[in-house]
Design a protein around this ligand. Sequence first.
Ligand SMILES: Cc1cc2nc3c(=O)[nH]c(=O)nc-3n(C[C@H](O)[C@H](O)[C@H](O)COP(=O)(O)O)c2cc1C
Length: 340
Amino acid sequence: MSDDYRSIARERMKGFCRVCPVCDGRACAGEVPGMGGLTTGASFRNNVTALADVTLNMTVLHEVKSPDTSTKLLGMEFKVPALAAPIGGVSFNMTKEHVSEDAYIEAVLSGCVAVGTVGCTGDGVPPFIIDAATKALQAHRGIPFIKPWEGKELYEKLDRVMECQPLAVGMDVDAAGLVTLRKMGRPVTPMSTTELAQVIDYVHKKGQRFIVKGIMMPQDAEKSVAAGADGIVVSNHGGRILDHCPGTASVLPRIAAAVRGRLTVFVDGGVRTGVDVLKMLALGADAVLIGRPVSVAAIGGLAEGVSAYFNSITQQLSQAMLLTGCSRISDISPEVLYSA
Ligand SMILES: Cc1cc2nc3c(=O)[nH]c(=O)nc-3n(C[C@H](O)[C@H](O)[C@H](O)COP(=O)(O)O)c2cc1C
């Protein structure tokens, strides 16, 4: 199945994504809109190389026989600590005609739920992105991420998605750097802690959780805690907003050391395999989000492709836990990381 959906995706994504053997941001540097990283693509590539630079302590003389990859996040049981990242704008980022925005996000959310995880939905200037997200969220559990719009539009969009009773609501505050929004005449700006706290308070008053996405510094993580966030996503938006950021695996340990235990720490950027999931957890995350490979799976194989992808992540994570002596997710600690 997995090779089938990748070759179908390669056809369907022509002109947007080459579906490379390893999705590392080299071939698509500068392709935003599209699936690449901004300008030189360094931030996207740094995500992948920072993870590749992390090596593991392999151990085989122990009692662990069948590791359990399940974990509890945001009050829900997950079969694997890996979620689909919010990605929107199919027609200008992925494929012109083969898969609609509606079909895409329906495939991501339903494909995730089928294998015991959850997908996130994106947002953007064209209303069809939030329209598709809302439709899919009415049918399946997910986490919508809304852009930090100004004034009334923000609260209207929050209300729309909160009516679907999602697992949590998120905001990609780092969208302040998005060229796609600027090109469409709707740039957004960074947020003060006071502004963020007001939004979080609004969401909490409706009984829902709030996640801040786009954290690359311990200071911003601390500000998210101060504003009342329930979770953060350590992320540079897949390298799409500021060139020459470090990889998220490089900044994660300091951020996690600052705030872990006070909110849920998610991370994304360059996670491609179950081994990468193990590395991110050992570096301090509670769970990961996976972006582009899930898009490829959805464009090539719809819900079945997404489920197959997450099943392979689960199987690879289980194997990696077996060979690092971890029987439970809570056993994954910095001790599994090799240091010379
Ligand atoms: C085509 C594309 C569209 C994206 N759209 C959104 C979005 O609407 N909202 C958001 O929070 N992040 C968006 N992202 C960023 C992803 O959620 C995620 O941070 C990133 O893709 C993770 O890196 P990875 O693709 O290397 O796994 C987008 C990324 C891509 C590639």
